[in-house]
Design a protein around this ligand. Structure first.
Ligand code: SPV
Ligand code: MN
Length: 623
């Protein structure tokens, strides 16, 4: 809270803001909003304020502002710009992202901070931080218009790049604020890139803070530009949304939402949670239709779980995107008709952008670390280089993306980077078993390119650990409770695209995802059989052979099936041990989690007694 007591804030706003902008703000008859804006101006001291209502003039103004203040640079393509975050600001900042809690309450695995101390610190950092800058105020819907799912949000930022990104990624909903005035509840995001150096990078990285105030539904972000830290409605909103869902009995998830076509005209919707860099975007884009690629709000209506995408754009990893593996997105990113903001790719002297995977060779230019030339030791584009673009360019966009009631969820998928434990695809026995052994137990191996030691497994339940404002024990319990209201519970699946054989070779190809997706689609409707193993239900060889042939025109040898679906008992048992030990440190873990892990362990041990450590799928019974 930058709150200042006792002053004539309305008079202050009238004295400070230009008439047109003031009118726009005052059309929203919400004194609390006016006071909030006035307080920010008083503390941060911007030179002017621009209120975005969403007409074409506004959109163009923001685009131009980002170019004028050099947060974005033009490229050869008039609809493409490029933004650099600065080499110390290329990813989310886990250390400085903290949940503010009164009394300094500790939550296992969550980075918390005493609320009053945090708010005072933020207020200090915000003093004069916007001097010489224009401040933008935007109003958004976090979800489809006129939908019971939708949350509302106000973003205040001194970054035209952030405002521009949000104009692409979210639905501008100023009129909802005008219509509902003080009755509208909304999330608030306040951001400042802070002082920028000669490269345009945020200078005072020691004062970088991303503080999430659950009590006030407000997030503060300072001295950073990377969108995962700054674009309020993305990962900052996710934390507030998870918390709100917990209070109100619905789910906010770090999941894509896709449609898979089955027999006849049937479309079955699956949501999927994957840690970054584990094939989430590619799975979404490989599906028959796309509702969303990153976030999902899931609520119960008439006994059915339904999902909406709170976003209308994508902030995806661009590094590695190539015409062979990602034809659709490659075409979108190269089309002169589509608006795209690239971040942290190479901008070459001829005005072209280049990233690893783009056709042609990289030439001299500038990138996230300054000047770049062929032969320079750092790669031309950063592994976390990204594109920001509208989801509406996708040919496979699902027509129901704007449906106020969303789409019914047939299944949920959990997938991580796992070289040796989970099979390529598996269905859980039921919702509780799936949530516990797949969602709550999700782990992912680190990759060499990005973080820490390769191969090391990170615990990342529901692929949401970085974004959880509450204990993972409580989050798990919340999922179990949520399903009590459902007549038909979504099936819960796991996938593993990264399984390897004993020599380290991958056991499946990228395109094989299509087959796993189609199998899950059939299972949602009980249109395929399954084999019951101690850890879940796996496909029958014949069904996969047919799907490989039909979907990919590929032969699928039975020997490969056997390798992929052999139950690896020692690895499965080690996993249970790891997950057990994590949750035994989390006091509010529901007791049933340990029951489910214990019975799974017993099933595995029984199977081992009969068949040994590595058990062919043929030794288990068809269900
Ligand atoms: C992720 O890391 O899951 C992302 C990118 O989608 S970020 O916005 O940085 O979170
Ligand atoms: Mn994400």
């Amino acid at each position: 809270m930058l709150s200042i007591e006792e002053y004539d804030y309305a008079g202050f706003l009238r004295g400070f803001m230009k008439e047109k902008m003031l009118d726009r703000l005052l059309r929203i008859k919400d004194p609390e909003l006016h006071k909030w804006v006035a307080d920010i101006i008083r503390v941060a001291e911007p030179s002017s304020v621009y209120v975005i209502v969403g007409d074409e003039e506004d959109i163009e103004y923001v685009r131009r502002a980002a170019l004028i203040n050099k947060e974005e640079l033009p490229t050869k393509n008039p609809k493409h710009t490029i933004h650099f975050d600065g080499y110390k600001d290329l990813a989310r900042d886990r250390g400085n992202t903290r949940i503010l809690l009164t009394g300094g309450e500790r939550v296992p695995l969550i980075n918390t901070y005493e609320r009053t101390t945090g708010l005072n610190e933020i207020k200090e950092i915000f003093k004069g931080i916007m001097r010489g800058k224009e401040m933008f105020i935007s109003f958004f819907c976090f979800g489809p218009r006129n939908s019971p799912f939708t949350l509302h949000a106000v973003q205040v930022t001194d970054s035209a790049y952030v405002a521009h990104s949000e104009n692409i990624l979210y639905r501008i909903c100023y009129e909802d604020f005008v219509k509902h005035g003080p009755d509208l509840r909304y999330l608030r995001f306040l951001h400042s890139a802070g002082e920028r150096d000669e490269n345009g990078w945020s200078k005072n990285t020691d004062k970088r803070r991303i503080f999430i105030d659950l009590e006030d539904d407000t997030v503060y972000s300072t001295n950073t530009q990377y969108a995962g830290n700054t674009v309020g409605l993305k990962k900052l909103a996710l934390r507030l949304c998870v918390n709100r869902g917990l209070m109100e009995g619905w789910l906010c998830e770090h999941m894509f939402i896709t449609g898979i076509k089955g027999p006849g005209d049937r479309v079955t919707y699956l949501t999927g949670a994957f840690p970054a860099g584990c094939g989430k975007t590619s799975t979404a884009l490989m599906s028959d239709t796309v509702v969303g690629d990153d976030l999902a709000i899931i609520r119960e209506f008439n006994g059915v779980a339904r999902a909406v995408n709170p976003e209308i754009g994508m902030f995806g990893i661009v590094d590695g995107i190539n015409p062979r593996d990602d034809p659709e997105i490659y075409e979108i990113l190269n089309s002169p008709d589509n608006e795209v903001i690239f971040s942290n790719v190479l901008l070459m002297e001829d005005g072209e952008v280049w990233w690893t995977g783009k056709v042609g060779e990289p030439g001299r230019g500038i990138n996230y670390a300054g000047a770049w030339w062929p032969g320079k030791e750092n790669p031309p584009s950063h592994p976390n280089a990204r594109f920001t673009t509208s989801i509406k360019y996708l040919k496979t966009l699902d027509p129901r993306i704007e449906d106020p009631l969303g789409v019914p969820v047939g299944g949920m998928i959990f997938g991580g980077r796992d070289s040796d434990t989970w099979p390529p695809v598996e269905e859980s026995f039921d919702w509780t078993h799936g949530i516990i052994t797949k969602g709550a137990a999700l782990e992912s191996e680190r990759t060499t390119a990005v973080l820490g030691k390769a191969g090391e497994r990170e615990f990342n339940p529901y692929a949401i650990l970085d974004f959880l404002p509450i204990s993972v024990g409580k989050f798990t319990e919340h999922h179990l409770k949520f399903a009590e209201k459902l007549e038909a519970k979504p099936k819960v699946f796991s996938v593993n695209y990264f399984l390897r054989d004993e020599r380290g070779n991958y056991l499946a190809e990228k395109v094989d995802k299509k087959v796993w997706l189609k199998w899950m689609e059939l299972r949602v409707h009980d249109d395929a059989g399954a084999i019951e193993t101690p850890t879940g239900l796996i496909p029958l060889y014949e069904d996969l052979r047919t799907l490989f042939d039909k979907q990919l025109g590929k032969e699928y040898p039975e020997t490969l099936y056997e390798k992929q679906f052999t139950l690896r008992v020692p690895q499965q048992l080690s996993k249970i041990e790891r997950i057990w030990s994590v949750y035994s440190e989390i006091p509010d873990t529901p007791g049933i989690l340990f029951d489910v892990l214990r019975t799974q362990k017993e099933r595995l041990e029984n199977a081992r007694r009969r068949h040994g450590n590595f058990i062919s799928p043929h030794l288990f019974a068809k269900k």
